[in-house]
Ligand binder design. Structure first.
Ligand code: HPA
Length: 248
């Protein structure tokens, strides 16, 4: 590990199933000190650009969603100059028509988290309220959509992400409520990550990878193993998508 010298233009936050820095050329591990704790990430080259890669759940998926140090992660990326973040997230589907294996470029969220630090603005600089009309960056989403078209990758261009606290999966009653509220997919990590990126004025987009039907939509009990297996089958597509976005 080394102390940071480099500046990176893009950051990739890999969610469940996306852990390997090997999507970068010559990745080097760095430890970045932040006011919220140290963060380990890799910096390397991708399509001629300097890119930082961070597995959201740490090495080998050690950190559960409610314990991810979201503030440290976003602060670390900002501190090395990252202005654009491409994130992946495993999600369950709230609709029978949105099948496992689908990719959704989410554009809205509904927040059902309960006990996470959710802001950088704790009152020291006065009270700050950030606008959330467009939580996910429209420009970057446009680039991801264009890249998907170009590569022939099927991607739903919008969708509402319901964020739960986890780490448990949801009850069928919760899932019925989320669907009634207008949600499309359910996951445990996009909030507060997207909010913190917005507070730092970074351009942030998430490609949600549907790994399963949510509880009660599928007749089977949901397992983490199922989530991982579907994710593995999809990782190559997302990788290609990010290469194309970063190249353009
Ligand atoms: N619920 C919450 N988070 C998830 C799911 C789910 O069904 N699948 C993958 N992440």
């Amino acid at each position: 590990m080394s102390t940071i010298q480099t500046q990176a233009s893009y950051g990739i936050i890999g969610g469940t199933g996306v852990y390997q820095p090997d999507l970068l050329e010559q990745p080097k591990q760095h430890s970045i000190a932040t006011p919220y704790g140290d963060v380990s990430l890799h910096i390397g080259r991708l399509q001629g650009k300097t890119v930082a890669f961070m597995p959201r759940h740490g090495k080998g998926h050690a950190v559960p969603p409610h314990k991810v140090n979201y503030r440290a992660n976003i602060w670390a990326l900002r501190s090395i100059g990252v202005q654009q973040i491409l994130a992946t997230a495993a999600v369950g589907s709230l609709h029978a028509g949105l099948q496992p294996g689908s990719l959704v470029l989410v554009d809205q969220f509904i927040d059902f988290t309960k006990q996470r630090p959710v802001t950088f603005f704790e009152g020291e600089q006065g009270v700050v309220h950030i606008d959330m009309t467009d939580p996910y960056c429209g420009r970057l989403r446009g680039e991801v959509s264009k890249a998907a078209d170009c590569l022939g990758i099927v991607l739903q261009a919008s969708g509402t992400y319901v964020c739960t606290e986890g780490p448990r999966f949801e009850t069928p009653a919760e899932i019925r409520m989320f669907a009634g509220f207008g949600g499309d997919v359910v996951g445990m990590t996009s909030v507060p990550e997207v909010v913190l990126a917005k507070e730092q004025e970074m351009c942030y987009a998430t490609v949600a990878m549907v790994t399963n039907y949510c509880a009660g939509i599928s007749k089977e009990a949901l397992t983490h193993r199922e989530v991982m297996e579907v994710m593995q089958a999809n990782v190559a597509n997302v990788r290609e998508l990010f290469y194309q976005v970063i190249e353009d």
